[in-house]
Design a protein around this ligand. Structure first.
Ligand code: HEM
Ligand code: HEM
Ligand SMILES: [Fe+2]
Length: 477
């Protein structure tokens, strides 16, 4: 992919910019995994890098890199789609490129500060210069403002291109949803010294991103990909998309109540959170059925026409998108539902159970489809009509997915042990917290998580290697 900047067959400036975003995304993904490995080792050997690079720092960089690489890949995917959906070259892309460089320079500085400075005093200056202490969105205030400016440029590109070009249903959803997605970021920028209030608004970003706007974003990507990769009918795909949007927002917005059980918010959130969040898996089931059904239908129709080749024009992209259908349903739908009722959550809240869900959901719902879009980008960049999976593509998807599933199972076991010992038997005291972490089930689970983390990382190396080489290889073939 790095070389594809030179061998670029892309004629659209918007798509070239999309590839630039993909490149940074994959580098940050690698950084995320390395930080995860450090944090995982620290679970087993707490003295590892003590006072040099503490667990809190490794964890912070791990999850912030996660969010940033996904946002990069989302912007990249949007630029990839934009030209094809609107049939328009893109409005103001030169400005968009400037925005890309400003953002990337800012991200580099922020990451260097995280790694080298790490923490500051509890003062305003730390908020402005180091980080804000808000999980997942820790960018310091100066970077926050820069992010807003760059996002405004990005949105200008998208909106003006949409206005100038063809207005498909997919693009209409995309344009409206991106406004909500970007606007929500503002809710995480206001400083308040009341922790309940801070958490209240913070969830507006985190929950309303991953369980509403990001999911709708995935809906638009899947719709686009089904049309491009297997030739699904636009009318059907777009009708599904509208239904998905309705169901996702219908359950996801008030589903936010599942984070308002214990933070000092009024008790009526128990009922609201329980009811609406319990409905959240429904659209995820719908999305799952939709992808598999369309695939089966198009394949069947092609066979009936006697076509030998099959309908898939990009093997690895399709494989990742099917993995997305499963992963979204399992990680968000099933693992989310497990602990979403207050009667259960009172025991599982903040245990490794949450971490198990966090891993499978972020991976299954987002990493997968964004990687799929990267493969789509590579196919376009090399101008190949059909891109088949290589050995490396298969190793990449298999090892990464197997690794994350393995980590999830290990963490679920650790969480189960915590719930039983720390919460159930010992009554959630300080002492109980530490006792539960010293018992064999917990330690073994953490060991398996570290092992599966290494498997994931090896898979990642195959993935990058494949992205760098598959374009050229399929051109030659
Ligand atoms: C792709 C979508 C999703 C992603 C990426 C995701 C991710 C996460 C993450 C990372 C956390 C931990 C947040 C923290 O650090 O405190 C979390 C918490 C939670 N999620 Fe999800 N989630 C998704 C969908 C869902 C769904 C659909 C449900 C319910 C059906 C759900 C239920 C919960 C609950 C109840 C918690 C709170 C856990 C606790 O009390 O410790 N999630 N989610
Ligand atoms: C090399 C593979 C990985 C390793 C070793 C690893 C390890 C870790 C560790 C040790 C933590 C801190 C958990 C805690 O505070 O108890 C963590 C948190 C987290 N990781 Fe990973 N991780 C890896 C890959 C991933 C991937 C691929 C994703 C998603 C795409 C991911 C998403 C998250 C999230 C969302 C959290 C916060 C979970 C929460 O607090 O609920 N990680 N990871
Ligand atoms: Fe949530």
């Amino acid at each position: 992919m790095l070389t594809s900047i030179k061998t670029n067959n892309l004629t659209s400036e918007g798509q070239k910019l999309g590839m630039m975003y993909f490149r940074v995304a994959i580098i940050l993904f690698g950084a995320q995994l390395l930080m995860g490995l450090i944090a995982a080792i620290q679970f087993l050997a707490p003295g590892f890098l003590f006072e040099l690079f503490d667990f809190s720092v490794a964890r912070m960089v791990h999850i912030n890199a996660l969010v940033v690489w996904m946002l990069y890949a989302m912007i990249g995917s949007t630029y990839m789609m934009l030209t094809e959906e609107t049939g328009h070259e893109g409005v103001g892309i030169a400005l968009g490129k400037l925005g890309f460089w400003v953002l990337t320079a800012a991200v580099t500085v922020v990451v260097l500060v995280y790694i080298l400075v790490q923490v500051g005093d509890g003062t305003e200056a730390s908020l402005w210069l180091i980080h804000e202490g808000r999980e997942y969105i820790e960018a310091p205030r100066w970077a926050d403002i820069g992010i807003v400016v760059v996002v405004l440029i990005f949105y200008y590109n998208v909106f003006m291109t949409y206005m100038a070009g063809e207005k498909t249903g997919i693009m209409t959803v995309m344009v409206a949803n991106l406004l909500a997605l970007a606007g929500l970021y503002l809710a995480g920028m206001v400083y308040t010294d009341n922790i309940s209030m801070d958490q209240f608004w913070w969830w507006w970003v985190i929950h309303l991103w991953v369980e509403a706007t990001w999911e709708v974003f995935v809906g638009t990507l899947a719709a686009f990909a089904l049309i491009r990769l297997i030739g699904a009918k636009r009318e059907i795909v777009e009708m599904w998309l509208w239904i998905e949007v309705l169901m996702l927002f219908g359950s996801g917005i008030l589903g936010m109540g599942h984070h308002y059980f214990w933070i000092g918010t009024p008790e009526y959130w128990w009922e609201i959170g329980a009811l609406f969040s319990a409905l959240e898996p429904v659209p995820l089931i719908a999305m799952f059925v939709h992808v598999l059904y369309d695939w089966g239908k198009e394949q069947g129709a092609a066979e009936a026409r006697g076509e030998a080749k099959g309908v898939i024009t990009n093997g690895p992209a399709m494989a990742w998108i099917v993995t997305n259908a499963f992963g979204n349903f399992l990680g968000a739908g099933i693992w989310g539902f497990f602990h979403t009722l207050p009667q259960v959550n009172i025991y599982t809240h903040g245990t490794q159970f949450t971490a198990a869900h966090g891993h499978l959901a972020f991976f299954g719902a987002y990493a997968t489809i964004l990687i799929g879009m990267m493969y789509y980008g590579v196919q376009k960049a090399y101008g190949v009509e059909r891109m088949k999976s290589t050995f490396k593509s298969k190793m990449g998807i298999f090892l990464v997915t197997f690794g994350v599933l393995g980590m999830t199972i290990a963490l679920t076991i650790a969480g189960y042990e915590q719930v039983m010992i720390e919460r159930g038997e010992m009554g959630a005291t300080w002492n109980a917290f530490f006792t539960a972490q010293q018992l064999p089930w917990y330690i073994q689970a953490q060991l398996w998580r570290a092992i599966m983390g290494v498997v994931t990382f090896i898979g990642f190396i195959y993935l990058v290697w494949d992205l760098l080489t598959i374009g050229k290889a399929s051109q030659e073939a």
